[in-house]
Design a binder for this molecule. Sequence first.
Ligand code: ATP
Ligand code: MG
Ligand code: MG
Ligand code: MG
Length: 470
Amino acid sequence: PTMTTAEIRSAFLTFFEERGCKLFPSSSLIPDDPSLLLANAGMNQFKQYYQGKKTMKEIGATSCQKCVRTNDIDIIGSDGRHASFFEMLGNFSFGGVSKRQACAWALELSTEVFHLPIERLYFTVFTEDDETYEIWRSLGIEESHISRLGEDDNFWAAGPTGPCGPCSEIYYDMGEDVGCGRPDCAPGCDCDRFLEYWNLVFTQFDRQEDGSMPELPHRNLDTGMGLERMSAIMQGKTSFFDSDVMQGLIKLGEDVTGVAYVSDDYTGPSRSLRIIADHARSVDFMISDGILPGNEGRGYVLRRLLRRAVFHGRLLGVEGPFLTRFIDEVNVLMGDAYPELLKNAQLVRGIVAAEEERFSKTLDTGRIYLDEALDALEEGAVLDGAAAFKLHDTFGFPIDLTVEIAEGAGHAVDIDGFNREMELQRERARANVKGDAWGSFNDIWVELSDALPATEFTGYDGCVLDGARV
Ligand code: ATP
Ligand code: MG
Ligand code: MG
Ligand code: MG
């Protein structure tokens, strides 16, 4: 049976409410937690419950949380399962629900509410977690459908410090004809075949600044199911961009650009259409939660997403402003579930329009310089770091866009050279800055640079956007 995104959201929350969990609304994307840049998981708003600083009388909680993940930004559009903004359905418990109960509920919801065929489901556990392995076995899961994965996949942490623990993930097999096609393709593979849709985290530890991991007061539970991914599964699509909500935005992209969308083409114009559709959601939700485009922290993440959407519109040949049309469409598609979007619509439109205009000017000037520099190169030659730096420093032209345009014209960019120029500028800036202004700045940099590849985010520290030095 197929289900709409709205039906899935409500079926999930009802299931856990009926089992004694208290329904919490999503928190804002701006977390109530200085260690976190943006809400990136359902558990964020429950951190104090995990730490035992708050308690509740119910056995647990359930929510549908707005999330933005900066670590996924670079792959958006190149696969069918990662979004920069997404909704995470979850159930949580702070000592009131056992591991076994948590697993049993996840299985029941998957097979009896969503009616997923059991032979399509695969389960992973943390390498050392025999207990959870045995639980899945005892719930009737065959050995061939359970595998063990290490820290990268199956140990969860919200951030560098705070609650964390081993996890167990549930995957849906999209079918042999989807993904990499390798005979050894299995859950944890980087392709779209085995789609991780639910993660059950057994939050047992509280990582400290010094790296030690004392046990939390309770054996907690934190689960997260990606709503977009479940929509894809329930609607028989291999990519969430083909499911109900995202389709509206992709169609609008086709209208605005005149480009035809090809759902299994993960490069070129279809990738750009996905990036615009995805980033428009992030932009709308972020501004509507009170984030403004800026040069650091979450303001910078927003600015980068917004500009990248605009840039991909230009790549597809759109001349004038277009991004507010996508904002309007996000509001049509998601305003029922998130009334704040409708309430703040005028504000968001105004901010988007102004930032788009500003960036368009930047692009026009920088583009002239870049085109001249590329024209002057021999075929296949590398664009030197100094030119890339000048684009960044003088024109406020983002390095990732320089790379993208240069590659489009068949030229690589000397990123090492660019980095050296950046480092020199950083040293000059450091010499000019007193006190701890760099302290808070560096924290953000560390967080973002952890999350993003060096070529993209070396541009952040001491970066210049629109000539405003930070
Ligand atoms: P992946 O390995 O696919 O990147 P993850 O292991 O990083 O996912 P978790 O941190 O376990 O994801 O988050 C819980 C659930 O949230 C995932 O099982 C998935 O359904 C969903 N999810 C995570 N990241 C994204 C994303 N970028 N876009 C859409 N859904 C996501
Ligand atoms: Mg991930
Ligand atoms: Mg994973
Ligand atoms: Mg996971």
